[in-house]
Design a protein around this ligand. Sequence first.
Ligand SMILES: O=P(O)(O)O[C@@H]1C[C@H](O)[C@@H](CO)O1
Ligand SMILES: [Mn+2]
Ligand SMILES: [Mn+2]
Length: 393
Amino acid sequence: MGKFKRAFVIVLDSYGIGQEPDAADFGDGECNTLKSIVGSSKYDTPNMKKLGLFNIDGVGCGEPVEKPLGSFARLRELSRGKDTTTGHWEIAGIVSERPMPTYPDGFPADLIAKLEKAFGKKILCNKPYSGTAVIHDYGQEQEKTGGLIVYTSADSVFQIAANEADVPVDELYGYCKTAREILQGEHGVGRVIARPYVGKFPDYQRTSRRHDFSLDPTGDTMMDALRRKGLDTIGVGKISDIFAGRNVSRSLGINKDNVDGMEKTLKVMDEDFEGLCFVNLVDFDMQYGHRRDIDGYANAATVFDKQLGEFMAKMRDDDVLMITADHGCDPGAPGTDHTREYIPLLIYGKHVKEGVNLGTYPTFAMIGATISDMFDCDLKTKGESLLPRFIQD
Ligand SMILES: O=P(O)(O)O[C@@H]1C[C@H](O)[C@@H](CO)O1
Ligand SMILES: [Mn+2]
Ligand SMILES: [Mn+2]
């Protein structure tokens, strides 16, 4: 066994650090999620700062520290997408050369007809929409007609929203599974997402029983490589959903919120597993990024940073921590969609050199390649291992 026994990879969903050179191809101009939240009075992340967050190439905000505790890098996305599935798959090693289908004008009529027949229900809306606005605007029609609210975004997603009082969650999951089977090939959207909500007009509330039904990963992932050697691959939050469950040896399930996700992760630290603990903290994106709530996002970053302090204090000598993201969702940008941004990579542990600026790399898959290298596995990926550059001899 090499120097590392447990690798914790924590994805702060949508925590981008500045627009990528090809941001305009994705409809984005100047954008920088980190810069937007650093400006808020709610933002205070001493631990991320100590690790070297503001020492990363081009972050363009915050104060760099003299002696960062971690090694750090800026990663570019090679895949042609700026969504959660594409981003997590690339972190794990897969570069998606072809963009997944998106529907800026809604889903085609013949596809809607096929889905309505399969559901036995009417489809309402069928437009790109913000998920909180769509239930406000269509919730009454949903109650009156018993139809299903279908909507999308700039991402490759097919989202179904319904009031739990009319459509029990398990029934909603059933419709999503049916849609997943139909939405393949040319219409193989990255995710079908169940969006249950409760309440009466105009006070609807989305519940935490969101569930993402992803496409099967289209290439080799770091979980596949680690499982080929019988190592553990634990998922916290929606990691298992994002990879359609493939080679996630144990899933701790959807988090109630980020605090719950970090509490679960802190508990995993008491276990003697060997391999990867892969964590997604989605509130940054879902609760604040898409809602363009700068102070909310900044406060979530501050709350996470406190739990990060607990995590760092609890690490063992043969642990390694990587903190990263999967795309941007700049709360200071126009609209409500993701933004095409570089992601940060902070690496910390007893066997990790302090203060090494690893620079900028062309793909998120550097992470998957590095994890595979740490455990002497054989991941097939375009990423290259950063291990030789930061490992403490
Ligand atoms: O329902 P909302 O507006 O939160 O949907 C967002 C848009 C993204 O495509 C989806 C997955 O991140 O969440
Ligand atoms: Mn995401
Ligand atoms: Mn999102």
